[in-house]
Design a protein around this ligand. Structure first.
Ligand code: URP
Ligand code: ZN
Ligand code: ZN
Ligand code: ZN
Length: 470
């Protein structure tokens, strides 16, 4: 009997803390040894010239979520996780959304029916709370945290999801009690409504005005309000998809004061700007870039880099939320009448790692170890998956991406493995690309060819976040 099922030989192992030339031995889906030289494996993969990094963890992904009367998301759990593994990501944490009035238990059971047996990557669920009724806060949530759904998301905008200040405080208080980590979508609902109506009255309905209707001030105000509420309750929160300087500075201000406020940013805020939409109408696919918060300007991109370099942001997630660029998605007849009907969200689960490497590591803005922290390790720590996921050391799941730091690629739709019909990053040239993705010891994607099968990915019952309330 060989000692190992699989060995990865000749590569350079990169974790959030170290870079070492080492072989990796895998047994029963886990990393069994990291050593100078590993022999005696049933199969060996030559990784010379490649980096051996923890598989990506994308803790902000939307799959098969109903959009309350809007168009269908183009990725379900099968296609979305297929896209994830092709991009080097082995774990995703999508959302289970509570429609108002519904029991969260029933909702989560529906999402399991959609996901179980269909995923190419491992997965957990965050709970989106739209209706914090006494029974949800008092009974359902504490029980569900115990079952491994240890993080919630709340919205400060969107008519179907927005919580008022009182409700935010109630959810924060509940999270403090049951030690869940709360993700906050920080954009102010009333200000966006006001701006939207004013723009519509002026006939400014093209997709570009989506961004104008929710400027950085609106995001900064909501971030500050969320931080204040969190301080009042004394609960840690994670402000997600931070788009620019204003909200980033609020988070940094809170962190400087010793508050447990965490931050996430996404590829769209370093790779796109509002100008990408300028002048485009719906026939010219202007809806393709509509997401919230919207991409800003070059100065904001620089502020996001500062936040990444200074540790203001712990996680770099995709906020993958794909809709077809067609009448059944971005260009519905209703969406043509105003930006306000264009479904919000863009695909990105597959391109997330290549974009951060290409624009970050390859351009000298961040190091390789920071890259691993931002795309994998910190997600595992933040969301209760550590030390099962997020590093390469004995005992961890053998979730690995073999990365070629010298490979030049141009991001193009024809390279993608999801169900969406476009990528907002079409034409972006990057250096650095995943060449093989390994999920718990099984190669599931090699050179863009899917080797895995639906059902390879399993549900992850997550632990309490060490960053949640104590
Ligand atoms: O526009 C976006 N990001 N849609 C997805 C939902 C969300 O707020 O994350
Ligand atoms: Zn959001
Ligand atoms: Zn979003
Ligand atoms: Zn999102």
């Amino acid at each position: 009997m060989p000692d190992f099922d699989l060995s990865i030989r000749g590569g350079t192992v990169v974790t959030a803390s170290d870079t070492v030339r080492a072989d990796v031995g895998i047994r029963n889906g886990r990393i069994a040894a990291v050593a100078d030289r590993i022999e005696g494996a049933a199969r060996s993969i030559d990784a010379s010239g490649l980096l051996v990094m923890p598989g990506g963890i994308d803790s902000h992904v939307h799959l098969a979520q109903p959009t309350f009367g809007g168009p269908k998301m183009s990725d379900d759990f099968l296609t979305g996780t297929r896209s994830a593994i092709a991009g080097g990501t082995t774990t995703v944490i999508p959302f289970a959304t509570q429609p108002r009035g519904a029991s969260l238990r029933a909702v989560v059971s529906d999402y399991h029916k959609e996901a179980d047996g269909k995923c190419f990557a491992d997965y957990g669920f965050h709970l989106i709370i739209t209706d914090p009724s006494p029974s949800v806060l008092g009974q359902e949530l504490p029980a569900m945290v115990g079952d491994g759904y240890t993080s919630f998301k709340v919205f400060m905008t969107y008519a179907d999801m927005v919580l008022n200040d009182r409700e935010l405080l109630e959810v924060f208080d509940c999270a403090r009690g049951c030690r869940a980590l709360v993700m906050v979508h920080a954009e102010g609902y009333d200000a966006i409504q006001f701006m939207t109506e004013r723009l519509e009255r002026a006939g400014k309905t093209a997709p570009y005005y989506h961004g104008v209707s929710r400027p950085e001030i609106v995001e900064r105000e909501a971030a500050h309000r969320a931080i204040s509420h969190a301080e009042l309750i004394d609960v840690p929160i994670m402000i997600v998809h931070v788009s620019g300087r204003e909200a980033m500075e609020q988070i940094r201000w809170a962190q400087t004061r010793g508050l447990k406020i965490y931050g996430e940013t996404c590829p769209q805020y370093i790779a796109l700007t509002a100008d990408d939409m300028k002048g485009l109408n719906m026939d010219e696919s202007g809806g393709k870039y509509v997401c919230s918060p919207p991409p800003r300007d070059h100065a904001s991109q620089e502020a996001i880099w500062q936040g990444l370099q200074q540790g203001v942001f712990q996680t770099f997630s995709s906020d993958h939320c794909p809709f077809m660029d067609g009448v059944d998605g971005k260009r519905s007849p209703k969406a043509r009448t105003s930006f306000k009907w264009v479904p919000n969200g863009i695909p990105g689960v597959e391109t997330r790692m290549a974009i951060l490497w290409g624009l970050g590591v390859d351009k000298g803005r961040i190091g390789m170890n920071e890259f691993v922290a931002l795309t994998s390790t910190n997600h595992a720590k933040m969301y209760g998956l550590y030390p099962q996921k997020g590093s390469i050391a004995p005992g961890f799941d053998a979730d690995i991406v073999l990365w070629d730091p010298n490979r030049k690629e141009t991001i193009r739709q024809e390279l993608m493995h999801g169900a969406c019909d476009y990528t907002p990053y079409e034409g972006l040239a990057v250096t650095g690309w995943p060449v093989m993705t390994i999920l718990r010891g099984k190669p599931v994607c090699e050179e863009g060819k899917i080797l895995g099968e639906p059902g390879d990915g399993g549900f992850l019952k997550r632990g309490i976040s060490p960053y949640a309330a104590r």
